[in-house]
Design a protein around this ligand. Sequence first.
Ligand SMILES: Cc1cc2nc3c(=O)[nH]c(=O)nc-3n(C[C@H](O)[C@H](O)[C@H](O)COP(=O)(O)O)c2cc1C
Length: 452
Amino acid sequence: MAEPWKIGMFQCAGLMGSWKLPENRSTQFLDLGHWIRMAQQLEDAGVDFLFFADDYGYPVVDDGIPATAIRGGVQFPKGDPTMILPAVAAVTSRLGLVTTLSTQVELPAMVARKMSTLDNLTGGRIGWNIVTGAGQNASARLFGRALTDHDKRYEIADDHVDLSLKLWEGCWDDGALLGDREGGVYADPEGVREIAHEGPHFRSNGVLQVPPGPQRTPVLFQAGASAPGRALAAKYAEAVFLAAEVDALTAQIADIRRLADANGRDGSAISCLIAGTFVVAETTEEAERIRARQTATKSLDDAAAQYAFFTGLDLSKMDPDRPLDPSAGLTQTGRTNVERFLGPDAPTVREILEEFQANSVMGKPFVGTPAEVVDQAAEVLARTGANGFLVQPDHTGTFDSFVELVMPELRRRGLAGHQEEGETLRERLTGGSAHLAPSHPGAAYRRTTALV
Ligand SMILES: Cc1cc2nc3c(=O)[nH]c(=O)nc-3n(C[C@H](O)[C@H](O)[C@H](O)COP(=O)(O)O)c2cc1C
């Protein structure tokens, strides 16, 4: 029998997809009630986690944010998802909560402190999506910094994660927190120490003030499938998010797992989750009608702004009948969405725009009845070797149709509702312990392993 799917749900604290449709509720992204209702629905549905994408970026064209992006709500506006997490944690008890922090923006000690606090507040349900960051050209403008070269950003990310792991794993021994009021000993000084880090980009002689949560290190996710992105995933990630055509996905997944094996990890244990758009209704015709309405909300100008956000490239200034110039692959903004459109069968610029108008970065949608979309998606899993999906919000900006139509179909087929036992996100997602696997580089920074 096929393995149960791992299922995460994709959101950002901003407008989602077809926000212009009257039924779309993503315009409520600054209303806490919106997030609380969604989290409760997802907890009841039995999915693995709610994920928040995040970045400080926005489209930049001709040295500024284009009017199209502001008018059309393209990767703009956005709030800060870390502010939403404690509220949704308070109304759920099992749902995993995964959020994104960029290694270009947040310093390691900041990431370590925030994530460790959240691991405690959520009872061990937190995950960190490690990204160098989409929209880096905009982010550089916002922070008044020069744009760091693409590959250097990944070198920085490697050093960042290394130091963050030392802070999570190395500062506090298990059992060091005593809370002994009578003896007047809050924590055992023998069990708490400063770590030392002298990396190529970061230094620290410091102690993480937050005592470890149930997982110590958040579950480590990674997104960004350029070559150095895959290398980073193979070194540290316990789960990766991917979006591309099936052949490209298959190659990316095989590459990440092979590199992880070469690093002495078990590549097959890395959960590979594909961005999945499920356009589902009671009938195929109705699903296709919804799909057409969704696509019609986006103009080609919106698509160009979207593409500029991810890549720093302005397709509207290129010859629509020719493919991308190979030099586009050297962009210093994101590369995943350039590399996937280069090569022998490269599409024309017009075709790329049409692809972004229809699907943005998320690849081909599954369209049809519950049985049809599950068949289509199961085939993609079988072909790529992926473990499940990061489900995109539907035309409502939420997951109503997935929860009401797809989850029952998955349960009927034994593909959902079999979550692993355990209190923490790591136990449920990996089937292992609450802490990093012994072969993970972070495990080497632990001083005591007695309780692991
Ligand atoms: C499903 C999915 C979710 C992603 N979430 C984020 C995110 O939250 N923040 C971000 O900066 N990049 C995110 N990315 C990655 C970006 O698309 C982009 O590839 C990356 O930030 C730039 O790195 P690259 O040069 O390796 O492509 C996501 C990718 C996928 C497939």
